[in-house]
Design a protein around this ligand. Structure first.
Ligand SMILES: Cc1cc2nc3c(=O)[nH]c(=O)nc-3n(C[C@H](O)[C@H](O)[C@H](O)COP(=O)(O)OP(=O)(O)OC[C@H]3O[C@@H](n4cnc5c(N)ncnc54)[C@H](O)[C@@H]3O)c2cc1C
Length: 560
């Protein structure tokens, strides 16, 4: 029997007061992909950076966790553009120094299911159009125009977000002229744009069948966000070889090389600010760590509401900053383990997006008012089928994840209770969702019914516990049109030496948050030096291919 490959899923080094240096060039609060990107880029420029993560493992939503002999990703079901030469692949290559590898998914990356009809999203522009034309033969021109438009939006995105790499005063001026530099669809919502292209509501429902990726139905989501996601996956999806935890695992050595560290169990209580200048952080244990610069990857709301001292909140009237912003939707997540390999169980890597019908808005509204109404969206992912290294680590096993929206207020009565001790009524409430969601899976894959070995459901309270959110939000801030006009969502804050990073300064998604890390690093460095970041990407050389195709085990930092 082949030897089982052992990889510890937890990454980062456990924080204890005294383990960190007294002073760093930069501190990053939170180890999401945005924060890790900041830290890695600055480290590549010789800076000593300390990443402080409150969770027991690094990675933010890109972390993986294990239970009962299984492992699941949490917020990385698929990523676009990284399985082929692209700017995003190059960025991941730079921050991981080539250690992070990607595996392409099945060419059918998403299957949209509207009641009893199925529509495949097939990798590649022509394939995508040709496949949908089988269902909508009259709509070829609309589909051609649609793909053309999302590509246009994508190509103009650097112009749209250019202000995020400028000093904030300049960005305000830039954003004023921005509408003249990009196409008008950047400032419209998704339904408005699509209804301007076709009257075919079924086609609109299919094209917006990935709305869960941006957490809002076409009525409310900006077309920019829709287009970025649709284009991101147009050439197909990919998954990190070795599972989601390989993202942090492959980036951490870059940060350590210049004397930095990624600490876990490192809960930051407050950002230290004097005379409107950030100079470090105070940890929950009371110790202080000092730095020339502080980045917050903890999310905009967390930073403003929980990490700023009261004096700074008052001085900058931060209540006004959050007025025009909304937390994104919370979610329920099933993490299930099955006896049998993916192959034996007949599972492939295609994601399923299951809808009762195509009326996304009405279905979500109904469900938001009544959690026992049919789910407005059931997303099913098969992570063990996506990772070519899975069978080496977990022979004879397969995993499935199911995600559906949820509202924080349904769980409010248990807020404040202890994790895993929330009581029988909580467990009973959860159990109803668990059974209903599993049923959706078994409708598609009845062969899994008697192979289920382990299953647990996460709720918005789990998200708050692990991510330190307050509303269980899965995608940080919502992506409606006005969000992209808020000048407070800029890497540079009015507090000197304090920068924001991650998805809130760009967009949600692993790629969006990574870009947040790039932009905030560039903002810190300033207009002239910021170019050095681009040079890192431009000058990156692929390492020579190794003689063996075997997946090289990576050096692992295990939380002690
Ligand atoms: C269920 C789900 C599925 C998803 N699927 C995909 C997908 O398939 N593809 C994709 O591209 N994106 C996906 N996403 C979105 C994506 O994972 C996120 O948008 C992205 O990872 C966010 O990165 P970030 O850097 O902004 O911050 P986060 O990953 O949110 O990290 C913030 C970190 O800050 C830490 N923190 C907070 N407060 C403190 C404190 N006081 N002290 C120390 N640390 C603190 C938190 O613990 C957390 O680790 C998914 C998200 C979810 C929830």
């Amino acid at each position: 029997m082949a030897k089982v490959k052992k990889v510890k899923v937890r990454t980062g080094k456990r924080y204890r007061s005294g383990r960190a240096s007294d002073h760093y060039d930069a501190i990053v609060v939170g180890s999401g992909i945005g924060g890790l990107t900041n830290a890695a880029l600055l480290s590549l420029m010789g800076k000593k950076v300390c990443v402080l993560e409150q969770h027991y493992t690094a990675g933010g939503y890109t972390h993986a966790y294990e239970r009962e002999g299984y492992e699941w990703d949490v917020g990385v079901h698929y990523i676009g553009e990284v399985h082929k030469p692209s700017t995003m692949k190059r960025m991941f290559d730079v921050i991981s120094e080539g250690r992070l590898k990607w595996a392409a998914m099945d060419p059918v990356y998403d299957k949209i299911i509207l009641k009893d009809k199925e529509y495949d999203f097939v990798a590649g522009r022509e394939n995508f159009i040709d496949e949908l034309c089988k269902h909508f033969p009259q709509e070829r021109q609309v589909l051609e125009d649609y793909v053309q438009l999302i590509r246009k939006i994508s190509s103009q995105t650097p112009k749209f977000f250019a202000g995020q790499a400028m000093p904030s005063w300049m960005s305000k001026v830039y954003n004023w002229v921005r509408p003249f530099l990009v196409t008008k669809e950047f400032f419209k919502n998704t339904r408005e744009v699509l209804e301007g292209m076709t009257q075919n509501q079924e086609l609109i429902s299919v094209l917006t069948g990935q709305w869960g990726n941006y957490g809002q139905t076409p009525r409310d989501a900006s077309f920019l966000m829709h287009a970025l996601i649709a284009k991101h996956y147009l050439a197909g999806g990919a998954y990190p070889v070795g599972g989601a935890s390989d993202i942090a695992r492959s980036i951490i050595p870059t940060i350590q090389k210049s004397g930095g560290e990624v600490f876990t169990y490192a809960d930051v209580a407050e950002i230290l600010i004097k005379d409107n200048k950030a100079y470090g952080v105070r940890m929950q244990d009371g110790s202080e760590i000092l730095a020339d610069t502080v980045f917050s990857n903890a999310g905009f709301m967390n930073t403003i509401e929980k990490l700023l001292p009261e004096t700074s909140k008052k001085r900058h009237n931060t209540a006004a900053w959050t007025k025009n912003l909304e937390r994104s939707s919370a979610h329920l997540g099933i993490y299930a383990g099955f006896k049998g390999t993916s192959e034996e169980l007949g599972l492939d890597s295609t994601n399923l997006w299951i809808y009762q019908d195509g009326d996304h808005e009405a279905n979500l509204d109904r469900y938001n008012n009544d959690p026992m109404a049919d789910f407005p969206l059931v997303y099913i992912s098969f992570p063990s089928s996506k990772d070519p290294d899975w069978d080496n680590r977990f022979p004879g096993k397969a995993t499935v994840e199911i995600v559906t929206p949820a509202k924080m207020e349904w769980f409010k009565q248990w807020d404040g209770s202890e994790w895993q001790q929330r009581g029988e009524d909580y467990e009973a409430f959860k159990e109803q969702f668990t059974q209903r969601l599993l049923e959706k899976l078994f409708e598609r894959h009845p062969q899994l019914r008697d192979k289920l070995d382990f299953c647990e459901l996460s709720t918005p309270l789990s998200t708050n516990f692990y991510q330190k959110t307050s509303g269980g939000e899965m995608l940080a801030l919502d992506h409606f049109v006005e969000r992209f006009k808020q000048s407070c969502l800029h890497p540079q804050t009015p507090i000197k030496n304090l920068y924001l990073t991650g998805s809130d300064v760009m967009t949600a998604g692993v790629g969006g948050a990574l870009m947040g890390g790039v932009m905030s690093t560039m903002t810190l460095l300033g207009l002239k030096k910021g170019k050095q970041v681009m040079d890192l990407f431009k000058n990156y050389q692929e390492p020579e291919p190794q003689p063996t195709e075997e997946i090289a085990p990576l050096k692992v930092n295990v939380a002690s």
